[in-house]
Write a protein that binds this ligand. Sequence first.
Ligand SMILES: [Zn+2]
Length: 308
Amino acid sequence: MGNDASGIIDFEQVRIRRHDHLVRGTAADGMVRAIAVTARQTVETAHVNHNTSPLVSAALGRLMMAGLMMGALFKSPDELITLEVHGDGPIGGITVTANSIGQVKGFANHPNVWLPLNAAGKLDVGGGVGRGTLTVVRDLPGMAPYSSQTELTSGEIGDDLAAHFALSDQVPTSVGVGVLVNPDTSIRQAGGFILQLMPNYEYFLVDELEHRLADVTSVTSLLEEGLGPTDLLAKILDGLDYQELETSPAEFYCGCNKERATRATLALGEEELRDMVAKGETAEVHCHFCGRNHYLTPDELRSLLARS
Ligand SMILES: [Zn+2]
């Protein structure tokens, strides 16, 4: 390496690493694909937007991080992934949509569920979700959406996604996702990883990874020790020649705006719009994904009618 390069700090990389971000890497001669995320601020935004209880912050946060990591594996910047969990537990359902550039949004049907801690002294995500299904929808513009559904194994999200990868995609996969909540309900830690064996894998890797992951009992305790996504993967894949390929930012982002709200209002139909104008009503369009409300005043409705 030339002398010139050694002292240069990549400020963009430093900036990304201080905030929520994803890292993607490979190990064991390309036989292992690895991705990890830190997403405290992303989950905090979801918590604030939807006023989630600690239990729902954990459930929604885990699914959002899974969406971020799965989205980051896509090649096309326009591809979207939607993860839907439907369970018979008190949370009811959770919906998350992520893209390939580190943006995710999501909501839970019942954001304010409280349950006693489970036998392990942890937030009872499995009890809150219950039994049901996980649906994964991949959406690439210009193509028919591709959807696959599997039964939930525990409702703890990480296990359910691992089972989904194994059954639906036939890819041996380990998923670890964790959210730690402060006593004041703000988010203390959020992070996770996905490890996958590529089609050319050698069988010793199955036992090898299983053995290593048995030591990773809790993602959040590793985050509490100060490990970031890079450290997490380097630790789990220590000795397997882990190579980091890419680091990219992650955030809670919803693309809803007044223009989209206006289109949704137009879809109500002319008669309904006339009725609202006659009564002097303001149209309110609520976005489930981010919890924002968009308003159209009677004047705006009137000009909308005039234009349509
Ligand atoms: Zn929104």
